[in-house]
Design a protein around this ligand. Structure first.
Ligand code: PSU
Ligand code: MN
Length: 306
């Protein structure tokens, strides 16, 4: 195991006994939501994982150490510092480690660290993807490359329509990354259950999803799996109105010349402001829903892998 890795005792214990673990990312805490909702959400997500018989492992980089399982104080640090914390993807990791800095991990870097620790299932809100206009800006999230090569399954509510969902699916297809729909044929688009695009396969139980993962990795087919879980009906937002909000936010980002790693956090904040915080409430609900499904899949996965 690599010398930069710190796995907390609870996670370590679960690993040793092949008990279910769910990895959680930290950019969603620092850059995805404002304080104190981000802190409250992080704690509720951990609790949901526990209530569903799995061990939560929130991942971040603290003072140059790769942390699998954070303390309350570490979660609070990320939540309070917010955007002052370095948003850390694959390319940033050596800098933080060598400079002994702290950073919040994206889907990509959370997958990398989860794999180092031996954690296979990961829950979040939404993954990064090909941005609108990505064909000319080349703004393609490093999350997609990571899904192509790192063996971790990501449970999410699809991807936000700040992205070009069609191009994102094409990219995943080319890279051999399966996109599953939990009880849905249609790819969910984060705030809404509909998107106008289909997933590759609808699967209706956590156990069948666990078998899918087992089959993929037993065959040594490298890479992750995207498991999309639609936001519960009662929390979803109105499709047309959220689409208009997203369009306005993307236009504003273009006008201000926002690009690179600032793009996603800028758009998330803009959308929350434009919906008067309503999008944030939906966001919290869908993350909890994903944590529950991920824990169930982790339980079934460990019973197969025994
Ligand atoms: N999408 C969301 N909420 C988020 C993110 C994406 O709906 O918080 C975060 C995740 O950490 C994801 C990252 O990995 O943004 C993607 O950033 P980029 O597009 O710069 O790769
Ligand atoms: Mn990007």
């Amino acid at each position: 195991m690599n010398s930069y890795l710190d796995i907390n005792p609870e996670v370590q214990h679960a690993l040793a006994e092949n008990r279910p673990i769910v990895a959680l990312e930290s950019t969603i805490i620092s850059h995805g939501m404002p304080y104190p909702k981000n802190m409250e959400t992080a704690l509720m997500v951990s609790k949901t994982v526990k209530d569903n018989n799995a061990v939560p492992a929130t991942i971040a980089i603290i003072n140059g150490r790769l942390k699998v399982g954070l303390t309350l104080a570490e979660i609070e640090l990320l939540a309070k510092e917010g955007k002052a914390i370095i948003k850390t993807s694959r390319r940033d990791m050596p800098y933080l480690i060598s400079q002994k800095l702290s950073g919040a991990t994206t889907v990509a870097s959370t997958m990398i660290i989860a794999q180092m620790a031996g954690v296979k299932i990961f829950a979040t809100g939404g993954i990064g993807g090909v941005h609108r206009g990505g064909a000319s800006t080349f703004d393609v999230s490093a999350d997609l490359q990571e899904l192509a090569k790192t063996n971790v399954a990501v449970v999410c509510a699809g991807a936000k329509a700040i992205l070009d969902l069609g191009l994102t699916l094409e990219y995943l297809e080319t890279n051999g990354v399966p996109v599953l729909g939990y009880k849905t044929k249609e790819l969910p688009a984060f705030y809404t259950r509909k998107s106008g695009f289909n997933v590759d396969y609808q699967i209706d139980s956590p156990q069948e999803i666990a078998r899918f993962l087992h089959a993929k990795w037993a065959m040594k087919l490298q890479g992750g799996v995207v498991i999309t879980n639609p936001i519960p009906e009662k929390y979803q937002m109105d499709y047309d109105s959220i689409m208009n909000t997203i369009k306005a936010a993307v236009k504003e980002a273009d006008k201000l010349g926002i690009k690179g790693k600032e793009s996603t956090p800028f758009l998330l904040e803009k959308i929350a402001a434009l919906t008067g915080g309503k999008s944030l409430e939906s966001n919290i609900k869908l993350v909890l829903n994903n944590a529950e499904l991920a824990a169930k899949i982790a339980c079934d996965y460990t019973s197969i892998a025994k």
